[in-house]
Design a protein around this ligand. Structure first.
Ligand code: TPP
Ligand code: SF4
Length: 334
């Protein structure tokens, strides 16, 4: 008999040590709410993180977990998933952890398409180390490590994931519990690497950075919810839409040009071109897309790896590690 789990079953007994009001609380709550819906026993779930405020996440989940080294969570996750493909593996990372020191690890795990879920909390700042600018900070950001304004062009996490051949890419934000949990559920159900960017507010070092996108007063005009098979419409009166033409997105006035001028969102498009154009849409020129940008099927790394190992074993017999190690010249270090 299987006992149905609840959100509470996934909360650990640890005191949550985030600043009061941090967006991380909402994300934790949405993931804890989503877990029972997956129908996976706690013992088969692993949360793996690097270093950062966001990376404290595994302590707060009553599942298995690793709090690893800065930027390396995808590598640990790769090892875990390959060793035991039955586990539900989640990587929790921040914009600094995942895109700065861990950038290389992140893109290669996405490229391999292991069946893991990568959730990147994007607060556009380093929270844990007290407010240095991050790879997603807007150009000109004044921070403790950029007192005269940052000079670099910021990364767009969704564009990076698409460029790394991601098979599932989505965006959500910490102010909408329902949307977050719908997206986490979709990410978990996807067979392959799911990459989810969560816009997250750091109340201490970057408070309100996402307000121009999802602030209560502006969110209907400044965000667009992507829904597969539906026209991409937005605005307080649902009177605006997006038209995609090649590499260009334009805003359509539906009252003048009609609904036919609006493009239909197709998250299953094999070609990532439209998803990429959507990933470039940002304030102040465009509404910022929320939802699933891309969801396509590709073979997972672990399935291919195990099939390959089995085939070689059938052809050549089981390997002998000791024999392999001593199969060539050896040296003794004295
Ligand atoms: C090798 C190494 N270099 C630098 C650091 C310092 N450090 C810890 S967390 C962090 C950045 C975290 O930023 P982010 O991933 O955005 O997480 P947040 O705290 O904002 O959630 C840095 C640079 C470290 N712990 N280890
Ligand atoms: S410093 Fe920012 S990101 Fe870190 S816990 Fe506090 S509010 Fe959250």
């Amino acid at each position: 008999m299987t006992i149905a789990l609840t959100k509470k079953d996934f909360a650990s007994d640890q005191d949550v040590r985030w600043c009061p009001g941090c967006g991380d609380y909402g994300i934790l709550s949405a993931i804890q709410k989503t877990m029972p819906e997956l129908g996976i026993p706690k013992e088969k779930v692993v949360f793996i993180s690097g270093i950062g405020c966001s990376s404290r996440f595994p302590y707060y989940m009553n599942t298995y977990g690793f709090h690893t080294i800065h930027g390396r969570a995808p590598s640990f996750a790769t090892g875990v998933k390959i060793t035991n493909p039955e586990l539900s593996v989640w990587v929790i990372t921040g914009d600094g952890d995942g895109l700065s020191i861990g950038g290389n690890h992140l893109i290669h795990s996405i490229r391999r398409n292991l069946d893991i879920n990568i959730i990147l909390f994007n607060n556009e700042i380093y929270g844990l180390t007290k407010g240095q600018y991050s790879p997603t900070s807007e150009r000109g950001t004044v921070s403790k490590s950029s007192p005269y304004g940052s000079l670099e062009a910021p990364f767009k996490p969704i564009s990076i994931a698409l460029g790394a051949e991601a098979s599932f890419v989505a965006r959500t934000h910490d102010k909408n519990q329902k949307h977050m949990s719908d997206i986490f559920l979709r990410a978990a159900q996807h067979k392959g690497t799911s990459f989810v960017e969560v816009l997250q507010n750091c109340v201490i070092f970057n408070d309100g950075i996402h307000d121009p996108v999802y602030g209560r007063e502006v969110r209907e005009d400044n965000t667009i919810t992507l829904e597969h098979g539906k026209p991409m419409i937005f605005g307080k009166n649902n009177d605006k839409g997006i038209s995609l033409d090649g590499s260009k997105a334009s805003i359509v006035d539906i009252t003048k040009e009609g609904l036919d001028a609006v493009s239909i969102h197709d998250e299953n498009r094999e070609n990532p071109d439209h998803a990429f154009v959507l990933s470039r849409m940002m304030q102040p020129h465009y509404p910022v897309p929320m939802g699933v940008f891309r969801d396509v099927e590709r073979p997972t790394y672990e399935t291919q790896l195990h099939a390959q190992v089995n085939q070689v074993e059938r052809e050549k017999g089981e390997g002998d590690l000791k024999k392999l190690l001593f199969s060539d010249e050896t040296w003794e270090v004295k």
